[in-house]
Design a protein around this ligand. Structure first.
Ligand SMILES: NC(=O)C1=CN([C@@H]2O[C@H](COP(=O)(O)OP(=O)(O)OC[C@H]3O[C@@H](n4cnc5c(N)ncnc54)[C@H](OP(=O)(O)O)[C@@H]3O)[C@@H](O)[C@H]2O)C=CC1
Ligand SMILES: O=C(CO)COP(=O)(O)O
Length: 333
């Protein structure tokens, strides 16, 4: 099949590499110089160095006007930008019938008094007729690009979209499971990034393995509470996009979100931590949206609240720990 991937960061490139072992793939970069370098060097040195690009992967560039044309010539389109770029990309795809899937894990940053939205909520606003979904789950880009075993979840209310994602990406190295709980899969992917900042902080402060296990477990409870309040199924959070991605991101040093927490624990400022990554750490941008939605739904999320206070400079790393440990006793649940 023909696949168009819009966004040539680490994850878009890794999935394009994986799919191009069986399909014809176009990888679109918004920066013409980057697209030219990818074609010339047969490598994405900026975002995924050391991975050779298969011959069936072609780089493309161009302004917004080329996006509908590239999508129109493909059997499946993938939006591989951070959450901050999703609204604009879906706007360019609004006349396209689909199937389309995005890879972003986050909530949009809140604007004014409005809540920050999940991907499917953005899609409902800007491209309601588009058949779309999300590809998510525990997956470091580098491991997928290297062909190391990975399991993903393709979530959509459209079987056409789920089937297209399986046809495009399922392989002996990559299992793709279907799920129709779009909200649950999106909330799992978004909230785990916030929680990974917390576990990075915990490990950076050498608080111990007990503390890390407590953060992961109580974080999963927070994620599930928010998800259920937003209409997701609780069992989704026991799956790849909930527990699976939380464990990976909270414990794996390839995680950019975890690295933010580790760097803050070492005394870096947030700006220094973000600048040193060279990649997006979505938890930094969506933590406030998570906490705000939780507050509006009267959902208790103390770990996410502590992360926001840390990112906003209201709490020092040690203060964030004290705020969590100093809470009144409550029943587990
Ligand atoms: N890396 C991973 O292992 C995984 C990442 N994800 C998710 O996938 C999404 C993309 O991550 P990843 O590829 O790693 O990110 P990177 O930081 O590696 O790359 C970001 C890419 O998006 C482009 N971009 C940045 N901002 C915008 C924007 N506002 N509009 C359009 N394009 C933009 C960048 O282009 P330019 O160079 O021109 O700025 C770059 O090509 C994130 O939501 C992430 O959480 C999900 C699973 C795994
Ligand atoms: O989503 C990811 C793994 O599933 C990547 O996590 P980071 O964005 O923290 O690197």
């Amino acid at each position: 099949m023909k696949i168009a991937v819009f966004g040539a960061g680490a994850w878009g490139t890794a999935l394009a590499v994986s799919a191009a072992r069986r399909h014809e793939v176009t990888l679109w970069a918004r920066d013409p110089a980057q697209a030219a370098a990818i074609d010339r060097e047969r490598e994405n040195r900026r975002y995924l160095p050391g991975i050779a690009l298969p011959p069936a992967l072609a780089a493309a560039t161009g302004g917004a006007h080329v996006i509908p044309r590239l999508a129109g010539g493909s059997d499946l389109s993938i939006v591989a930008t951070p959450m901050a770029g999703l609204r604009e990309m879906l706007t360019h795809l609004r006349q396209h019938p689909g199937p389309v899937a995005w890879l972003c894990k986050g909530f949009e940053a809140p604007v004014g008094d409005a809540d920050g939205l999940l991907g499917h909520e953005v899609k409902a606003q800007v491209a309601p007729g588009l058949q779309a979904g999300i590809l998510s789950g525990p997956s470091f880009a580098l491991e997928v690009a290297r062909g190391q075993p990975t399991a993903l979840v393709a979530a959509s209310d459209s079987a056409v979209v789920r089937d297209a994602l399986v046809a495009a990406f399922h392989s002996p190295q990559l299992r793709v499971y279907g799920n129709d709980d779009v909200a649950g899969v999106e909330i799992g992917g978004a909230v785990k990034n916030v929680l990974a900042i917390a576990t990075g902080l915990c490990d950076g402060l050498a608080l111990g393995l007990n503390a890390r296990a407590a953060l992961i477990t109580r974080g999963l409870a927070e994620m599930t509470r928010l998800g259920v309040a937003l209409g997701a199924r609780p069992e989704t959070f026991m799956g790849l996009s909930g527990l699976g991605d939380l464990v990976l991101t909270a414990t794996g040093d390839l995680s950019r979100n975890r690295r933010v927490g580790l760097l803050l624990a070492q005394g870096a400022t947030l700006q220094q931590a973000v600048d040193s990554l060279g990649h997006v750490a979505e938890g930094v941008y969506c933590a406030r949206a998570v906490v705000r939605r939780a507050r509006h739904l009267a959902v208790e999320m103390p770990i996410a609240r502590a992360v926001v206070a840390l990112l906003d400079g209201e709490l020092a790393p040690s203060g964030a720990v004290a705020a969590l440990m100093g809470r009144d006793p409550v029943a587990e649940g």
